[in-house]
Design a protein around this ligand. Structure first.
Ligand code: SF4
Ligand code: SF4
Ligand code: SF4
Length: 262
């Protein structure tokens, strides 16, 4: 099977949210419209002055989440999806820190928390079906297909209507390329996209730097940072849970800041 991808043409999106509804149904997630990624929203629509932007995992060609995960809970498949194995995950949340698109979300309130993100519907893709979100999209704003074919289609659209599109296919080269590609009529930076990302894959860059440092420094530094980070996050989570508990005891419905939102 050739590598697959999604092409999201934001000029065609009407903000109907059918993609999120279909995703929630396909993945058995809690119903209800959400405008930010969460443990129960693998894709979410943001509105920027009438332009709708679908946020979701970009399914990087060389994913940083997979390269930093110490137990191999993430796998990039040749077909495109970056999969997550909750049975391997130890909850260190390195993936959340490392993702250049701030995608993975954590079940902060669960006794056995897992990381959540879009997995590009592998159960459908392996059967030759489109992703649930692409199938549900009524306007063709989200389409699924072979990555090379979608890139060709995107360039044909830009060249047929140069006044309609900014001349860029986002995701073609960012961080080494992704399996989610975007077309837009508005400059990407105005829609909250990171436009200063490297075109080299980030794990490759990390390796290039680390490989020049003596291994003792690398291993020791990484371990120290890991210990500091896990301790720091534990403290944040503890403080968050204590504040929640206190508010529950006081009967207050006031919002408590989730450490994921910082
Ligand atoms: S967008 Fe983030 S979570 Fe998704 S594959 Fe890339 S690094 Fe991993
Ligand atoms: S590809 Fe599948 S899991 Fe990902 S956003 Fe679309 S429906 Fe949800
Ligand atoms: S289903 Fe299609 S048109 Fe509707 S919000 Fe999603 S991408 Fe936009």
């Amino acid at each position: 099977m050739k590598p697959k991808a999604l092409l999201i043409d934001m000029t065609m999106c009407v903000g109907c949210n059918a993609c999120q509804d279909a995703c929630k149904k396909e993945n058995g997630l809690a119903e209800g419209e959400e405008h930010k990624l969460s443990a129960s929203a693998y894709t979410a629509l943001e509105e920027h002055d009438g332009v709708y932007v679908r946020r979701m995992c970009q399914h990087c060609e060389d994913p940083t989440c997979a390269s930093v995960c110490p137990v191999g809970a993430f796998t990039k498949t040749p077909e495109g999806p970056v999969l997550y194995d909750e049975n391997k995950c130890i909850g260190c949340r390195y993936c959340m820190q490392a993702c250049p698109f701030q995608v993975p979300r954590y079940e902060w309130n669960s006794t056995f928390p897992r990381v959540h993100k879009c997995i590009l519907c592998p159960q459908r893709v392996s059967k030759g079906l489109p992703t649930a979100c692409a199938e549900a999209c009524p306007t063709g704003a989200t389409t699924f297909g072979d990555r090379d074919e979608l890139i060709k289609i995107a360039y044909e659209r830009m060249s047929a209507e140069p006044g309609k599109y900014v001349p860029k296919l986002y995701g073609e080269h960012e961080v080494g390329g992704t399996s989610v590609l975007y077309l837009s009529s508005v400059p990407f930076e105005q829609l909250g996209f990171k436009t200063n990302l490297q075109t080299a894959a980030l794990p490759q860059l990390t390796w290039n730097v680390l490989s020049k440092i003596p291994s003792i420094v690398t291993v020791g530094g990484a371990m120290l940072y890991g210990i500091w980070w896990i301790t720091n996050r534990r403290d944040e989570v503890r403080a968050y849970e204590a504040a929640l508990q206190e508010r529950r005891s006081n009967g207050s419905g006031a919002h408590t800041t989730n450490p994921e939102e910082n």
